[in-house]
Structures are given as C-alpha cells and as structure tokens.
Design a protein around this ligand. Structure first.
Ligand SMILES: C[S@@+](CC[C@H](N)C(=O)[O-])C[C@H]1O[C@@H](n2cnc3c(N)ncnc32)[C@H](O)[C@@H]1O
Length: 264
C-alpha cells in the first residue's frame, strides 16, 4: 500500500486546492453546521494547512481556544504559519487514534478529510468521544469515491487508474459506514448531508483540476505494482486533456458531512 505522503510538497498542493471556490464553499458549509460560538474550545483533528482552523479561531475569539492536531510535522508547520497571529490557536503533533488531551477538554471537534486515512476508526472515534464534553459536537467530513462520475473515453482504463488511486488512503468508502460507527462509539448522529464537488466544463482553478494532477503523480508511483504502466497513465491523462480541449470535461464527486453529538 502506498499512501499519500503528507510532506511539505503535499502541504503546498493542499493549500492551492483548498483555496479553490468549491472547497471554499465546502468550508463555509462546515462552519455553518458546526456553528462555533465565542469562547468555545474546539479541536481540529488532522488540521492540514490550517484554513478551517483559522476561520474557527476567528469565530471563537480570543476568549476561546482552537487546537489544530496533525500527525505530520510538515502540515503542522504550514498550519502554524497560518494560525500564528491568533493567540487563541495552538498546533499539536499527535495521532487521531491517541489524542494527547484530557477527557472532556473540548466543546466541539471537527475532522475534514482525515478519518479516511486512519486505520483504527473505533479507536479514533473512542478518542473523539473522550475529549468532547457531554453533549459536545463533532463534525466529520469524508469522501466516498464510489460517488464519482467522471467522463472518459476508456472506462476500463479509468477503473484501473481509480483502483490504483484507492491506495492513497485507508478507506475510500468510509462515509457509507460512518453513521453506524458513530452510534456504536456513543454519538447521536444529528445530520448527514452531501458536499458535492462538481466541475462541468473546465475550470482550471477547481478541486477537479487539482485532483487530476495529484492523481496522475500518485498513480505513476502506485500503478506499476498493479500492472498499470506509464504509457497507459499518459493515455488516461491525454484522454482528459482531449475532453478539456473539446469543452466536454465532467467531474462530480460527493463528500459527506456528519454532524453528531456525544450523547453519553
Ligand atoms: C487531506 S488532509 C486534510 C487537511 C484538513 N483537515 C483540511 O480539510 O483542509 C489530511 C490531513 O490529515 C492528517 N492525518 C492523516 N492521518 C492522521 C492521523 N492518524 N492523525 C492525525 N492526522 C492525520 C494528514 O497529515 C493531513 O494533514
């Protein structure tokens, strides 16, 4: 299994992709659903480059606290640069499945695009519950890659590329199982909704444009073990370039947002 390396280069790539209009809109919806209040203590698990944590920090204000946790020192460096001006913000190195905080430390916690990379989800959810106050809110967002509708000229080749891409994370289909997992871990699921990423026609500054580049780079490394050679990957990429040139590019992918509360 070749998972994505969350290093300095990935931090730069994520910063670019996460500033595209579709992901900016997703972040706005996450903030709306989590509804942070001034003075609250909030944990961002897998803080990445810190764009959401920065907004959360502004909303809880100087009387509140925002803690960004990440397992990658490079990601924390990127988050630290962004959160530096906020005295209510702190960055902590740690693992989602072993959170370095006392019990009932937070009013709310958020984790976007992180749990799909985590191998031990029962441990991660037990930890999430432990660090929340009773009644505390948890917002989780992850992608289900089965929701992908991506136009192409060669579906068999696309399927092989996507199978290689699935190796970039632990569970490419986490959302469809997440509701029962949350209930088993002691949460009440309050709301589930889709955050769609849709590019119909071509938008060079979009999640789809970013993922096309990232996927090509990843499958060039992961593909050979699955019998997928560089020439085939180039053919897959050329097919997409042809669709873009003809104005026929179409990419639609769903992310799923779960809002839950610690109920016991
Ligand atoms: C795709 S990025 C998402 C970043 C951020 N949450 C966002 O939505 O902008 C995934 C992040 O999760 C972090 N991560 C992955 N596995 C983790 C784990 N077990 N514990 C903590 N962080 C983890 C990575 O280092 C990376 O920063």
């Amino acid at each position: 299994m070749t998972s994505i390396a969350f290093d300095a280069a990935t931090a730069r790539m994520l910063e670019q992709v996460y500033l595209t209009p579709d992901i900016v809109a997703q972040r706005a919806r996450v903030l709306e659903l989590l509804a942070p209040r001034p003075g609250e203590h909030i944990l961002d698990i897998g803080v990445g480059p810190g764009l959401l944590a920065y907004d959360l920090g502004r909303l809880v204000g100087e009387g509140g606290r925002i803690v960004g946790l990440d397992a990658s020192p490079d990601m924390l460096k990127a988050a630290g640069g962004r959160l530096g001006p906020l005295i209510q913000a702190e960055c902590v190195l740690g693992d989602a499945a072993a959170l370095p905080f006392p019990a009932a430390a937070f009013d709310a916690a958020v984790s976007t695009q992180v749990y799909e990379y985590v191998a031990d989800m029962p441990a991660a959810l037990a930890e999430l519950r432990r660090v929340l106050k009773p009644g505390g809110r948890a917002l989780i967002l992850d992608t289900d890659w089965r929701s992908l509708v991506w136009r192409c000229g060669d579906q068999a080749l696309m399927d092989r590329v996507l199978a290689a891409w699935d190796e970039h994370l632990f569970d490419p289909h986490l959302p469809s199982a997440l509701g029962p997992m949350l209930e088993r871990a002691g949460f009440a699921v309050r709301r589930v909704e889709i955050a769609p990423l849709l590019t119909a026609g071509w938008q060079p500054v979009s999640y789809a444009a970013g993922i096309l580049r990232t996927m090509r780079d990843f499958v060039l490394k992961a593909g050979p073990r699955r019998g997928l050679g560089a020439e085939e990957i180039q053919a897959w990429h050329d097919d997409q370039q042809d669709l873009i040139a003809r104005g026929e590019f179409f990419f639609s992918l769903n992310r799923y947002i779960f809002l839950a509360t610690r109920d016991r």
